[in-house]
Ligand binder design. Structure first.
Ligand code: ADP
Ligand code: ADP
Ligand code: SF4
Ligand code: SF4
Length: 601
């Protein structure tokens, strides 16, 4: 076995501890040196050659900053990169193939971005050498002789890989780039296709808008257009689905498929499994321990790969990556599940007018403890509807029957920026403001929110230093921590990985039920919606002009109405129950459309 010792230097705080990690190390206590304090860095270092892996330092550190893991010796042959001594270690690399789309799926923190940076030539792999020297390209190529990687590294060494990269956190772009959509696309375009891309991606109406004024969905589509218009050998799309509604997700996937040059390399990192499935030709699963080490699996076919990932077992490597499989099931019909529930809020037919925007709502009701899934485009009146339910807005026609007084709404907006909470505040302060009981050890909110969402590790961190995924979790946690009558969560899964999305879905369900409140969850990841919603409410219309809110219906009927409107059919994977988008014009697509069963048969 090979041992790796990783110290999370963000968690390690020698000024706040008694350096227990060093004081209790049995190797040090018997005259050896497995761990010592590096005075220059003001942090401890562990020497893997002498450390015996007893794990005492792991247990003694009050900040849980140390991880020690033993991995098979065999794996060392495939080490690609290490971020310094006691840093994260990456084994293997997903290998792009000319003219094919490689999909990458896996937990956050297992090295996906690191892999992309290496593939694009931005980060030179050091083969795990931590003495400060970087191996030459010849050494790297020699190490991977006879493997698929050899050829790719050769191209990287020659400098013949030119990468175009759609970064994950697009929110950062308007801070660095200035101009209108038209100006920026004209400038980016190297293939003479920017006008076609604008049409394909529906950007016509925002062409003369400054990019600082774009909504998240518009910004995402703009970025996809800018990247595709580059004349590159390698196209990287890191989470292209965030902020897009379902129609836009499918549109973006189709555009990437049809506009990427035939002989280029294409890599997509995506946590919306329906989109990943639809977009990729083959997949690689990244697994390991977040922040400690990551391993790239062998390439798998799309269907098998995603299923292995969900099942938590990789047959080609004989490796269990999760103890429990992830299963999607279709919820029972409403007559069985909701008839017995108490009505919480009900409404007649409603009309709401807001300077120029009109919303029509069909009559319906919400039950106590219910999670209502909402689907539809952005700007269609979802928030307006919830404000009417709560009593904050008066409808022009119709009425709402609800418990007396104005109901309290706790809201997680679609876009979350550090300024929402204050960049300089710590996670602990932000949570305390939302509800002190989250921080009380052993309380149910403490267990559900802090522990299950794994925010306990982040308590000391400042909001401004959090990654997009961490910030998203904090925003969901804050919204759920507040005591309210209605919880409105707009795209709670953005930037979260598959497991985090499902964990958050479960927490939303449990808290809503236990409080007897109602949660309204706007979610464009169909697999997550399938997992979380007891019923579905569909919004249709023209964003910004008029919206039509349908009656809440069973998951099955609601999704059927929604998909019919989009002209998309979805089948169910027989092994895992996950939703799969049918290719347009395929046998099943035609059959399901004929039968009017857009969501499963
Ligand atoms: P993913 O994209 O799968 O979330 P990343 O490749 O971003 O994973 O990061 C994997 C781990 O590598 C992170 O948890 C972090 O601990 C570490 N890491 C990333 N970038 C650096 C860096 N520049 N220096 C040191 N460690 C890093
Ligand atoms: P969603 O939640 O579906 O994204 P919203 O309910 O926030 O949509 O908004 C629907 C439409 O109503 C949008 O065009 C928005 O610009 C408009 N709108 C929302 N609030 C107001 C308001 N207070 N005054 C005028 N227009 C508004
Ligand atoms: Fe203190 Fe833990 Fe850092 Fe050691 S690893 S110096 S015990 S915080
Ligand atoms: Fe020392 Fe054990 Fe920690 Fe290794 S794992 S540094 S031997 S305490």
């Amino acid at each position: 076995m090979a041992r790796i010792a990783v110290i999370d230097y963000e968690l390690c705080k020698p000024s706040k501890c008694h350096r227990e990690c060093i004081a209790f190390c049995p190797v040090n206590l018997t005259g050896g040196k497995a761990i010592e304090f590096d005075e220059a860095r003001r942090k401890p270092v562990i020497y893997e050659e002498t450390c015996v892996g007893c794990g005492i330092c792991v247990k003694k550190c009050p900040f849980k900053a140390i991880s020690i893991v033993n991995l098979p010796d065999e794996l060392e042959k495939s080490v690609i990169h290490r971020y310094g001594r006691n840093g994260f270690k990456l084994y293997g690399l997903p290998v792009p193939r000319e003219g094919r789309i490689l999909g990458i799926i896996g937990k956050n923190g297992t090295g996906k971005s690191t892999a992309l940076r290496i593939l694009s030539g931005e980060l030179r792999p050091n083969l795990g050498q931590v003495d400060g020297t970087t191996p030459s390209w010849d050494e790297v190529i020699r190490r991977f002789r006879g493997t698929e990687l050899q050829n790719y590294f050769k191209k990287l060494a020659e400098g013949s890989i030119k990468a175009a990269h759609k970064i994950q956190y697009i929110d950062l772009v308007p801070r660095r780039v200035k101009g209108t959509v038209r100006q920026l696309l004209e400038k980016a375009d190297e293939r003479g296709i920017w006008r076609e891309l604008v049409k394909e991606l529906g950007l016509e109406k925002v062409l003369d808008r400054d990019i600082r004024q774009l909504s998240g969905g518009e910004l995402q589509r703009f970025m996809v257009a800018a990247v595709l218009s580059k004349d590159a050998t390698l196209y990287l799309f890191d989470e292209p689905s965030s902020y897009l509604d379902v129609r836009e997700r499918v549109r973006v996937a189709r555009t990437i498929r049809s506009y990427a040059p035939n002989n280029s390399y294409l890599v997509v990192v995506e946590h919306d499994i329906a989109m990943l499935d639809y977009l990729s030709d083959y997949v690689v699963i990244m697994y390991g321990e977040p922040g400690v080490y990551g391993i790239a699996s062998k390439p798998y076919g799309v269907r098998a790969g995603i299923n292995h990932f969900l099942r938590g077992y990789l047959p080609a490597e004989n490796m269990r990556i999760r103890s429990e499989p992830i299963r999607y099931t279709i919820t029972a019909t409403p007559s069985e599940t909701t008839l017995s529930l108490k009505t919480y809020i009900s409404w007649s037919k409603l009309t709401v007018s807001l300077n120029g925007f009109q919303l029509r709502v069909e009559e319906g009701e919400l039950h106590e403890g219910e999670v209502l899934g909402v689907v539809g485009p952005n700007g269609i009146g979802k928030t307006t509807f919830v404000r009417v339910l709560a009593g904050e807005l008066k409808p022009t026609e119709g009425s709402v029957s609800k418990p007396a007084g104005t109901l309290k709404v706790s809201y997680k907006p679609q876009y979350v920026s550090p300024s929402l909470f204050g960049e300089d505040k710590t996670v602990e302060e932000v949570l305390a403001e939302a509800n002190k009981s989250v921080l009380a050890p052993g309380s149910w909110l403490n267990v559900e929110i802090l522990r299950r969402m794994r925010l306990d590790r982040l308590l000391d961190r400042r909001v401004g230093e959090l990654s997009g995924g961490e910030l998203q979790k904090l925003a969901v946690a804050v919204a759920l921590a507040r005591e309210a009558d209605i919880y409105l969560l707009d795209e709670p899964s953005a930037y979260l990985d598959v497991e985090e999305r499902l964990a958050v879905a479960k927490i939303i369900k449990r808290l809503t039920e236990a409080r007897g409140a109602a949660a309204i969850v706007v979610e464009h990841d169909i697999a997550v919606q399938d997992y979380i919603a007891s019923r579905i409410m569909v919004f249709t219309g023209t964003p910004g002009v008029e919206g039509h809110a349908h009656q809440p219906a069973s998951l099955f009927d609601g999704m059927n109405t929604f998909l019919k409107e989009l002209g998309i059919t979805i089948r169910k994977d027989p092994e895992t129950g996950r939703p799969r988008i049918n290719k347009e014009g395929s046998f099943l697509d035609r059959l399901q459309k004929r039968l009017g069963k857009y969501y499963y048969i």
